[in-house]
Design a protein around this ligand. Structure first.
Ligand code: ZN
Length: 232
């Protein structure tokens, strides 16, 4: 089996691998991922604030009901004619007024507390919104830069791909099929030399039986890194 052609093919393919890595390692791409994380965080913060606001609304409605109940009791009291009230009823009325007054005090404090909560929710919400807007703006700026970087590299990659395509005719079909399968699994390089009793890819030493198999078959797959080893 002639391995030279597939090795030439692999060497050319290395240029594509390098260019693709330039994109993968691009600071712009990393910045985009960081920004996307900020966007996710602010979205999460906003939805947490929304459910907090819902909780405050429930508390407010409960307080409002207590307030209304108190007001209604007060109206009922004021409708009673004073002449018809006995002394014990009068002290009952006084008690009720005391209870109501303290209820209203408590209500007032609770409402103040709620108002503070509402303010803090609003300001946190504003902050999250600002962060989100900033992240969005930055995202679109960097994305443009990244797209430009990509568009500069793409023609180079396409040129190498065309060269590879042209080379395919001279490569052994079986080897080419093996190569393409591994390439899809993001393994590179795919064909490696067997040297010093070890795989040229991951350096794992081969047991005797494997070496014998390699000598017999010319090419075997490494059990560790799954590259193809060949006898130089
Ligand atoms: Zn290996």
């Amino acid at each position: 089996m002639n391995i030279d052609k597939i090795l030439e093919y692999q060497k050319k393919d290395l240029e594509i691998v390098k260019l693709t890595h330039t994109l993968v390692d691009s600071p712009n791409r990393k910045a985009i991922n960081q920004i996307l994380n900020i966007v996710k965080e602010t979205q999460y913060a906003s939805s947490a604030l929304e459910s907090e606001a819902e909780g405050v609304l429930v508390q407010f409605n409960n307080l409002k009901k207590t307030y209304d109940d108190n007001v209604n009791s007060f109206i009922t009291l004021t409708k009673k004619s004073v002449e018809n009230i006995s002394e014990s009823e009068m002290s009952g009325v006084m008690n009720l007024i005391n209870v109501m007054s303290s209820n209203l005090n408590i209500l007032e404090k609770k409402l103040l507390g709620l108002a503070e909560k509402v303010n803090s929710i609003l300001s946190n919400y504003e902050e999250a919104k600002k962060k989100y807007e900033m992240a969005r703006k930055k995202h679109s700026e960097i994305k443009t830069k990244y797209e430009k970087e990509k568009s500069l590299l793409q023609p180079k990659i396409s040129a190498f791909e065309a060269e590879l395509k042209a080379m395919e005719k001279s490569v052994d079909v079986k080897l080419l099929t093996k190569y393409k399968e591994k390439r899809q699994d993001k393994i590179f390089p795919i064909f490696v030399k067997f040297s010093s009793d070890a795989c040229g890819g991951c350096r794992m030493e081969l047991p005797y039986a494997q070496i014998e198999k390699l000598k017999k078959e010319g090419i075997i797959e490494c059990e560790n890194c799954h590259r193809y080893m060949f006898m130089p």
